[in-house]
Design a protein around this ligand. Structure first.
Ligand code: UTP
Length: 408
């Protein structure tokens, strides 16, 4: 598109601010900006009109979990299945590390955060150490796919190289880059992050399988006999990854996927609950369940909607292929988005100032026909680093790491 065509398009969408600095740019920057504008997915902006509308949920009902007592009683049986699959390298792992971690406010990929206190220990290192426990136990490497974004890929790859992959086998680590989406201010105008660059943010963690396939790794996995993938967040430093019990229980259940869950600390805890929606597995947010439902109890006095997800799942790859072309819901989320103002000055907001468009991995669960809900001990496996201080923070994660015997 040339300048005039681009201007017409922007007028049509009420977004001419994107060309505010055009005349000041070099020829190369001009061409680059026009090409970025050409790639904008305008359908995303229509979602802004509907962002206040509640998403209609189907009929919700409880989904029982495989609870800790039963897991312990059947641990040997599950681990046998898990170890067998892991030994044959049938289960890969996908680390979701494309997010921007704006709440933490750390300058660099979240995984490079030094969580150690008296010695060097990084978030990525904690995760690699946890995975390495499994590698040592089963005697086989786990193929690890790391999703980054354009914003943090170079820094992430460099960091892994500088630290010699924390002892993990380089040949079993594969990086792939997720896609981006434009970010807008509260007025719905797409922001500029530089005079020649529109503000783009990673488009959520829901596109991980599509991006993995686009990067050519589906063939790679098939050639190498990988049939299952676990998926986990970068920020939960304590979580066990590909542990044989979870892997084995999910495979043995014959279900399409598995999800690690923790018992809710109290009925109103702000955590997505795994349940059934119209008979299919689904994760509903704490604000989507009525107060009545939150407090419903069974004959044992246990909450019926008791189990919350911790972003640690396992999917059968053939089932993921089935949903590859299905459209996922896009969520409009409030975030702090750096931009340049009308004077061309960079602004780094301290409070949310606009919206990003994201698809979420939790929505994939509802696209599956069945899911094993697998309970884990919160104090052992749930220490997300979301904030610098307070709830789900560096402090709380350090405490839990220490409790679990990790030297900080
Ligand atoms: P979060 O929901 O915590 O989002 O991501 P975030 O963007 O990292 O952090 P905030 O909200 O800005 O503070 C949960 C997991 O999903 C990954 C993150 O890296 C984290 O592991 N993620 C998130 C992606 O891989 N890509 C995304 O676009 C968003």
């Amino acid at each position: 598109m040339n300048y005039n065509e681009t201007l017409d398009l922007l007028k049509k969408h009420g977004q001419t601010q994107l060309l505010r600095y055009y005349d000041e740019l070099s020829d190369e920057s001009k061409a680059s900006l026009l090409s970025q504008i050409e790639k904008i997915d305008w359908s995303l902006l229509k979602l802004l009109d509907r962002k206040e509308m509640k998403v209609e949920k189907g009929v919700l009902s409880p989904l029982g979990a495989l609870e800790i007592d039963e897991i312990n009683a059947r641990r040997e049986e599950f681990e046998k299945v898990g170890i067998d699959a892991l030994r044959h390298e049938k289960v890969g792992a996908v680390l979701l590390a494309g997010g921007q971690g704006t709440r933490l406010g750390f300058d660099g990929p979240k995984g490079t955060y030094p969580i150690g206190v008296t010695h060097e220990l990084y978030i990525f290192q904690c995760l690699i150490n946890n995975l390495t426990d499994v590698v040592k136990r089963v005697g086989a490497w786990v193929p690890l796919y790391i999703m980054t974004s354009e914003k943090n890929n170079d820094a992430t790859v460099k960091f892994f190289n500088e630290h010699n992959f924390f002892g993990y086998d380089k040949d079993h680590v594969h990086f792939f880059i997720q896609e981006m989406a434009p970010s807008v201010g509260y007025d719905g105008k797409i922001l500029l992050e530089a005079k020649d660059r529109i503000s783009l943010s990673p488009n959520g963690n829901g596109g991980w399988f599509t991006s993995l396939v686009k990067a050519g790794y589906l063939d790679h996995m098939k050639e190498n006999g990988v049939e299952w993938l676990t998926v986990f967040a970068v920020d939960n430093v304590c979580q066990r990854i590909n542990d044989p019990a979870f892997v084995g229980a999910t495979i043995a259940s014959g279900r399409d996927c598995g999800a690690k869950v923790v018992a809710k600390a109290n009925p109103t805890e702000k955590i997505g609950v795994l349940c059934l929606e119209d008979g299919k597995p689904s994760i509903v947010e704490y604000y989507e369940i009525t107060d009545d439902m939150k407090n419903l109890r069974d004959e044992r006095g246990e909450l019926l909607y008791k189990f919350g997800v911790i972003l640690n799942y396992m999917f059968k790859i053939s089932k993921l292929e089935d949903i590859l072309r299905q459209k996922m819901p896009v969520h409009v989320v409030e975030k702090k988005i750096p931009y340049i103002d009308e004077n061309g000055e960079p602004v780094k907001p301290t409070e949310p100032n606009g919206y990003k468009f994201e698809t979420l991995v939790l929505d994939m669960i509802h696209m599956m026909d069945s899911c094993l809900s697998f309970e884990v001990v919160r104090e052992k496996e749930f220490a997300p680093v979301k904030n610098a201080t307070g709830v789900d923070s560096v402090e709380t994660a350090r405490e839990l790491l220490k409790k679990n015997g990790v030297q900080l």
